[in-house]
Design a protein around this ligand. Sequence first.
Ligand code: ATP
Length: 499
Amino acid sequence: MEDAKPKLAPATSLQDIISHAKEYGFVFPSSEIYDGLQAVYDYGQNGVELKNNLKSVWWKAMTQLHDNVVGIDASIFMHPLTWKASGHVDSFNDPMIDNKDSKKRYRADQLLELKAEEYAANGQPEKGHELLLEMARLLGENDLDGVRELIISEGIVDPISKTANWTEVRQFNLMFSTQVGSVAEDSSLIYLRPETAQGIFVNFLNVQKTGRMKIPFGIAQIGKAFRNEIVARQFTFRMREFEQMEMQFFVRPGTEMEWYEKWKEARLNFHKAVGLPAEKLKFHVHEKLAHYANAAVDIEYQFPFGFREMEGIHSRTDFDLKSHQELSRKKQQYFDNDLDENGKPFGNYIPYVVETSVGADRLFLAVFCNAFTEEVVGEGETQKTRTYLKLHPALAPVKAAIFPLVRKDGLPEKAQQILKLLRSDFRVIYEERDAIGKRYTRQDLIGTPFCIAVDYQTLEDDTVTIRHRDTTEQIRMPISELKQHIGQAVSMERILEQL
Ligand code: ATP
């Protein structure tokens, strides 16, 4: 019996992804004509559409599907005390270590994490677990010499020089700073925000009061964040300028674990709904908790370089609001007039916060990697590899491409009419160059779910062929049905209804 399923080509490497993203207008290195800037990337004509669609579906999932979640858009610059209160000035550090032979810099914690992964891969997960616990203990006590000794005793060598000629471990603050004010003497040091969350915390009461929000409620935001990452590699996975989609959910103290569990599930479902397969997603519970958290979990995705964090879900207690209250001397309390079990109002308190924080760029990368499909089609001499982006139609940059079969006899005009008919509803493009097969291939490569061909029969009976990207099947359809057929498939509803 012949296998009816298409055969998948060998596994995709990150390099295939980077090349495809660049060649088809998804992601370019920043300022490439000057040889680029490390860990900074630009989204091209197709990338921006895919990214905007992802941001839009996240925004809708958060603010439209929950009547107790609203959005804001806070500034990148914030009062410098914000970052004192949040703990970023004092402890937003990564431990770094240099190898004296290769002159390369590494994150000490990542070297140890890799070692733990190695243990797990060699059937010794317990040993890996112990190593992570020991690392968490040392970092928690800020025992940097201890971290260095651990690296050496584990026999960790530099992957380039292969030596263990390590410097001491130092802490490195990841925030970028700049000056505000035109005259040097008057200027003051401010930071580019390293997370969007603080813009939400400082607006907590503004939103609560003006929106008459009742706890539990959430505030969502999408925006740029900046971190001077020590080791920036793996494409858009770790950038120095990136975008976060965060939501802070304010709850009554004592109920935070219940909400933490709810948001964990809700966020995992979101990733499945945008098309990421369940087997490529997993939870990773933190061993080392950030200074603000009492519970934290990552949703990891299996990128071509392994399972890595895509989203963090943190129970942040009242840490942030409490420190803002202390430093600003402005009360950050909420009056809860719901009654407790004794029939008394819960009264004034500083809410606890459960946060969901996903990087738009990491989600983009996950969706892009997952969509990248190479299938071996045909037999014998006609066998070839078909490459296409199997994106959810609601996320695809272009929803339909319209082709006249030939560039004469009124077919281009007819195709242009269809373009006009569809373009106020969907992002559609017109394409008349090259043979039709080539035009189909070009659309496959950017993930366009539908290709509409106008031929001689169209002039007679107002029907076209519509080709579906994944099956390559073509069916004949009246022009009058196109809007509904495409609209059905590309609606964000197809994603949101799964949540
Ligand atoms: P990592 O351990 O990978 O450095 P993190 O735990 O510091 O990440 P968080 O502070 O929890 O990350 O930030 C929330 C989300 O923001 C992450 O899950 C990730 O998707 C995104 N993010 C963080 N740093 C970067 C970066 N340098 N480039 C792209 N996205 C990032």
